[in-house]
Design a protein around this ligand. Sequence first.
Ligand code: NAP
Length: 521
Amino acid sequence: MICVSIGRGRMQQMIAEHKLLVEQGAKLVELRIDYLDRHPDVAQIVRDRPGPAIVTIRREQDGGRFRGTEAERLQLLRQAIVAGVEYVDLEDDVAGSIPRYGSTKRIVSVHDFRRTPADLQVIHARLAALDADIVKIATLAQTPHDNVRMLSLIQSSPVPMAGLCMGDIGAASRILAGRFGSPFSYATFSSERQLAPGQLSFRDMRDIYRYEQITKATEVYGVIGDPIQHTLSPLIHNAAFAHLGLDKVYVPFRVPRPNLAEFLADAPSMGLRGLSVTIPHKEGVLAALSEVDPEVEGAGAANTLIFENGKIRGYNTDLQAALESLEDSLRLPGQPKEKSAVEGKTVLVMGAGGAAKAIAFGLVRRGAEVVITSRSPERTAALAQRLKCRSVDWAIRANVKCTVVVNCTPVGMHPNVNESPLEKHQLKPAMTVFDTVYNPESTLLLKHARAQGCKVVTGIEMFVRQAALQFKLFTGQEAPEELMREVIRRAIAPVKATEASAGTSAPSRPTIKAEEDLPSD
Ligand code: NAP
């Protein structure tokens, strides 16, 4: 069950928001009485509630906003119990002084906004002994391993336990809590109004992650990276799982670089079957692989991991997706797929990072004459040497006589949409221009290319294909590529277009905020 936290300054707003949530299908809300400006009439709030609720009155020291005296706060909590609210949240230091009464269930809670303490089990035992119907422990995740500790505590708890890790590293624990037996997971009414660090919105939890359908049998997939809040992979993979009715969920995991090895060792204990890998881990994961396919070896990077029987297999679907996207656009009608469409063509690859390495390797293997250029001469030279191909200085890249141009730099990516790695006049009508940047879909480079009459290949095409290939590795089934394409286009569309298409089933971009975006409470 998803419990939506409501924190509003006015009582009428709180009640109206609760009504709206009930209409939208919310089965439980947390009424954050401490957010109300004036002296709250808790009895009336409980009487007028349109659905089941938890009453919480958090002190400032626990991340709340209650500014009255402690005696007033305890009095309000007792009023909520007498009025018959379904649940009341009692911090561990006051739970002993507020006795059980009527049918109200007691959530005995503790919050730690600085860390996830080492003695979680001891804390749990202390809370459970306070006549708790539900033990709630909310702590800040400092490392991804804190999520694992929290989830396994939920799983082993003899008393129902609502456990969660806060912060963007902890967001995964909120999505997976139900799988490990948590009676509910907290969400926020809207992604703009988080009441605790790392909270996801009710809509994201319900529509993207299908939280209510997650059970202990649900297979877990995900994406690792750092940062991770801008990733669109959860949107398209979860939409595809839902479309095919698969009991699988795809979760974003923020994994800082130093925690990578530990995370991969922990992965099976979280139910993980497969992972997408993004910046900065595509090269780092290689050390953990038990089996490597030739494309991973050639590209020197993996973007997909499969966990099976204690082993980790690595794949690089970026490479195949990029090559297929490009070759499909170059191939003449009737030309067989097996025959290379880039053989003998001169291809200028701009960039010498992960994407460039994979794409240039694939191009060389398919017989293209690759020319590497990037703003870092050492990286350019190292890649050219590795692939035994030509390189040119970044300053003279436009002088290369080529038929295909591939942009593997982030130049032109949102928000720098007015930048292009080549000027319009530097593109010739006979060229094919492939921009790996996918946000926006129509980059300035591609606009220039279209204006010059060039063929274009978009980063969206590559993105959808690499995700579809991952999907096949994850599920053994063909991916619903058209749906994936539609979902990603909607997610990156300007706001007006998104609004215009509202009402169709594909969800919009998920929101997991970075730590620095969060309010201090
Ligand atoms: P990366 O490893 O960080 O490499 C980025 C490359 O771009 C480096 O060579 C870097 O040069 C260069 N660069 C960065 N900023 C630049 C600038 N302002 N001017 C010129 N060169 C610049 O990143 P990556 O993983 O290869 O990703 C590169 C791009 O590919 C990203 O924009 C990403 O959107 C795109 N991509 C798309 C897909 C897809 O599915 N469509 C998949 C993967 C990647 P330095 O070494 O000097 O920093």
